[in-house]
Design a protein around this ligand. Structure first.
Ligand code: HEC
Length: 136
């Protein structure tokens, strides 16, 4: 399971990060204006890329999730706590994002990030999932 999560997060990271810096490099070399779109990876849209579109997973987590998920308030599964995430992480990013976005039992919809987009919630869920692979 840990191995799978590690691989999954590596794949996720490479899709999100590499195309961006690659595109910036191409723009620089061609001397193009920043807002002129250059070749995109297949399936890449502005909304899928990291950076300028919305906040990072860590920023959203600190602002809207940490209050409960760092201390384990009201039974919230704690950041980087493998035991508490067992059985949850296997639901997959998509379902966990839907539950965080729509609310799930004592987990309020969007946590404390009322103005969060679904993408921002997804990033913060990914941030929590990443925390499970970093800590031994
Ligand atoms: C007010 C406290 C609170 C805040 C704020 C909060 N959560 Fe939660 N969260 C909970 C609780 C409690 C649960 C456990 C719900 C259950 O399993 O009954 C939970 C569970 C979850 C789960 C697991 C859901 C599942 O299907 O097992 C995810 C994912 C999650 N929260 C993401 C987030 C994200 C992302 C944020 C911030 C944007 C956030 N939470 C903010 C209390 C909170």
């Amino acid at each position: 399971m840990k191995r799978f999560l590690l691989i999954a997060s590596l794949i996720f990271t490479s899709f999100v990060i590499i195309p961006d810096s690659y595109e910036d490099e191409v723009r620089k070399r061609l001397g193009l204006l920043k807002d002129v779109p250059v070749v995109s990876m297949p399936g890449m849209t502005a909304a899928e890329s990291d950076g300028p579109v919305g906040r990072s997973g860590e920023a959203v987590y600190n602002q809207g999730c940490a209050a409960c998920h760092t201390a384990g308030l009201a039974g919230a599964p704690m950041l980087a706590n493998l035991d508490q995430w067992e059985g949850r992480s296997s639901k997959g990013l998509e379902m966990l994002t839907a539950n965080a976005y729509n609310g799930y039992n004592a987990m309020p919809a969007k946590g404390m990030c009322i103005d969060c987009s679904e993408l921002e919630i997804e990033r913060s869920v990914q941030y929590m999932l990443d925390s499970l692979t970093v800590v031994e």
